[in-house]
Write a protein that binds this ligand. Sequence first.
Ligand SMILES: O=C(CO)COP(=O)(O)O
Length: 328
Amino acid sequence: MMSMSTFSRLQASYVVPASIFTWDFHQQTLLAEYQGRSLTLGGDAWCDSPGFTAKFGSYTLMELSSGKILDFQRDIIMTNRKFFVGGNWKMNGNKQSIDGIADFLKTGPLDPNTEVVVSPPACYLGYTRQKVDPKIGVAAQNCYKVSSGAFTGDISADMIKDLGCEWVILGHSERRNVFGESDQLIGEKTKYALSKGMKVIACIGEKLEEREAGKTEEVVFRQTQAIIENITADQWPNVVLAYEPVWAIGTGKTATPEQAQEVHEKLRAWLAERVSKEVAASVRIIYGGSVNAGNCKDLGAKPDIDGFLVGGASLKPDFVQIVNARQK
Ligand SMILES: O=C(CO)COP(=O)(O)O
């Protein structure tokens, strides 16, 4: 038996290039043969039926008198990125307040079309896992890049999993800026957590002075590059990217829906070039920074904003409204 990652690697290294080479050769030969002749062309588009592999469509061009295919294009025409809302509790709460949060989450009602994850401080991971509905994911706010050892004060992906939690937030701006974590370390942590089968909310975002200096894209792409290098093709479904401009975190200064959409759209286009069209179309890019019950609907209506990572408001019943931001 071959593992999924070996299969993907062999397919990407040999099968796909060989198929493309063969097709290109065939097409060039055909076009040379038809040179200077008048042709009768017919084209047809085809899409999968919804609910199957509906995200792909193809368009085929045929020379009708010979019945030979001259060209075909395949593209992504539909994506089904499930709306994702994470509550990052940061270093807040105790057992009593967690009970209160579990209660309002239970009362909800929570939109079943939204994937919900809450992220308590490490010492309350097990308690939170027991208290909240099993349909709600529980995330650690950080973890180190190895399974165990002399790393006083840290926790590992293996320990988080042992508590029944499957998510971890990595690269949060507070880890980067208060605790001095580098792009490289965040990449290494991402690699290790994914290798253990964990799901990762990987955070990126520029500081105010970087935005003012026109460096938003440069910073966001640099931070994302260090992350994508550590993700294999088959691991992308386990990754959510969180764009959190540092100037909008905990400041009450939300990015406008247009500002956030602009960065998300550029990041998706960049991912299409750097990773693949499929990953760019399917990965969820969520926004974080002063999201609240009042601004979540406008932000969530933007086409490239696939949800939120919520700080302060995730400790309050307002969080339910944010989870339901896409409801009419
Ligand atoms: O950092 C954040 C989520 O990770 C955002 O925090 P606030 O929602 O409190 O601004």
